[in-house]
Design a protein around this ligand. Structure first.
Ligand code: ZN
Length: 142
């Protein structure tokens, strides 16, 4: 079933609407000046993690360099490991220098599943050097 959600308050509704019944936002105006990529970037903040993860996945497949900064800030602010993994994968697929640099900075992350995902992302970009292990206690980004 398709659900419609308000980008202002993230309330979701079974039907489309122009003015959010919950917060009164003019959603039609909000969406019409956004292209598909912008909408996906907005959806990264969706409170339903699987929706946010799906948006990250699509952005990765699209290889949108525009999505790199929003994906990085998503990784920095979310505590959801699956969402982080989706965003890491998307960054690997986009593969810009900024994305790769950021993935490097995460490579001493405590979560094994994230380190594995980073390793895959590096291999995808021909950087099959594995994840570096450092002895000095670097600040954990997550
Ligand atoms: Zn609303």
């Amino acid at each position: 079933m398709v659900r419609f959600f308000c980008p202002g308050c993230w309330e979701d509704f079974p039907a489309d609407f122009e003015i959010c019944p919950n917060c009164g936002m003019d959603t039609r105006a909000f969406w019409t000046d956004k292209d598909y990529m912008d909408r996906l970037v907005v959806a990264l903040d969706h409170p339903v993690k699987s929706t946010a993860g799906r948006a990250a996945w699509i952005l990765g497949k699209l290889g949108s360099a525009k999505a790199v900064t929003p994906l990085i800030s998503l990784i920095k602010k979310t505590k959801d490991i699956y969402l982080i993994r989706s965003a890491v994968r998307a960054l690997g697929e986009i593969g810009t220098e900024e994305a790769i640099q950021f993935l490097f900075s995460l490579s001493d992350c405590r979560a094994q599943t994230i380190r594995d995902e980073i390793q895959l992302a590096m291999e995808l970009n021909g950087l099959g050097i594995g994840v570096q292990t450092t002895s000095d206690e670097k600040e954990i980004v997550m």
